[in-house]
Design a protein around this ligand. Structure first.
Ligand code: PHE
Length: 340
């Protein structure tokens, strides 16, 4: 008697192990036949042997064997379900992959990088300055005093300093009132305040103007300032540098035209136009020899001289890529950005 009870324990252990190890519906069926098969099933044999047992043994062994039968049937069913649901989730290796969508550099970022690269190769250093400026660096030190009508050239966002509670901070500060820089030229002053000549730098950066927007005006845009100072720097150096730059930027077959112009911080002042093959004359930058008053503001020697220039990055991008409206750069529309 004891032997059969022992056998039930062994059968339970083995059957569970085999069900656990089954890897297909077919092996599950094999396991079912091996233990529960009508003819030669191992558990079936135990049940069959019941008839030769005493009533007491029949009860004990019979209920144990029947419980195991029910348990094994259930385990096998579950295993079959598990295996066939796995079949449905199987990975289809012939399916085409999911398309990976790549991000795009904004056209202004591309232009910015290109400008930095070209000027770096011409031995210019790239520096940057604050977007929130003071009146002194944006205007006064650049030979544009408060009562000067030239201030009208730059429509300005004035900024009222406030405490954390939102209360306005009154009283004159060093450097005067605060504003969003209207051009990158204040970095001419900041750089010369802290560095001695000779040097040559460019200052790419964001600038702000308080004006109505249209296809060629935005309240926020980008400029690149250039400044080269040394004892012998002349307009001829400017011509060489800037023509080298534009030929690299737009191509060798470029024509140049210099027109006299006025900016308070240069004398003489010029405006540069370029003409692409088959195109029209396009105004691309203001420039000139640094005004003596600017050098005086940073206490530079009388021997120092240099040239400065400023150009709009947005404008360069519009010309290069044929973009008709400056507002597209700031639209946040991916259908626009995706084209570059
Ligand atoms: N800062 C001028 C502007 O924004 C451009 C400029 C820079 C002109 C340097 C001359 C020299 O209009």
């Amino acid at each position: 008697m004891k032997k059969i009870v022992m056998d039930i324990d062994v059968i339970r252990k083995n059957a569970k192990r085999d069900i656990e190890a089954a890897t297909s519906v077919k092996t599950c069926e094999d396991v079912r036949v091996q233990y529960l098969g009508r003819k030669d099933g191992e558990l079936t044999a135990v049940l069959r042997a019941l008839s030769s047992m005493s009533l007491e043994e029949k009860r004990r062994v019979g209920s144990e064997a029947n419980a195991l039968r029910v348990e094994l049937e259930e385990l096998i069913e579950n295993k079959i379900k598990e295996l066939s649901s796995k079949k449905i989730q199987r990975i289809d290796v012939t399916k085409p992959g999911k398309r990976v969508s790549l991000g795009h550099l904004h056209p202004l970022t591309r232009i910015d990088r290109e400008v930095r690269d070209i000027f770096s190769s011409l031995n210019f250093s790239v520096v940057s300055g604050p977007e929130l400026e003071d009146e002194y660096h944006n205007f006064d030190a650049l030979n544009i005093p408060g009562d000067h009508p030239a201030r009208d050239m730059w429509d300005t966002f004035w900024v009222k300093p406030r405490t954390d509670n939102g209360e306005e901070i009154k009283g004159a500060k060093k450097g005067g009132k605060l504003l969003m820089r209207t051009h990158t030229s204040p970095m001419q002053i900041r750089y010369m305040e802290t560095h001695q000549a000779p040097f040559q730098i460019i200052v790419p950066g964001r600038t702000f103007r308080y004006e109505a927007t249209d296809a060629s005006h935005e309240i926020n845009f980008y400029q690149v300032e250039g400044l080269m100072v040394g004892p012998n720097v002349t307009l001829a150096n400017f011509k060489f540098i800037i023509e080298s730059f534009f030929k690299r930027f737009f191509g060798e077959n470029l024509e140049f035209r210099y027109r006299p112009s006025y900016f308070p911080f240069v004398e003489p002042g010029v405006e540069l136009d370029v003409k692409l093959p088959g195109g029209k004359w396009l105004e691309v930058m203001g420039a000139g020899m640094v005004h003596r008053n600017v050098f005086n503001a940073v206490k530079y020697d009388k021997e120092m001289q240099g040239f400065a220039f400023g150009m709009g990055l947005d404008r360069l991008a519009m010309i290069k890529y044929g973009i008709p409206d400056i507002r597209l750069f700031y639209s946040g529309d991916v259908r626009f950005t995706k084209q570059f």
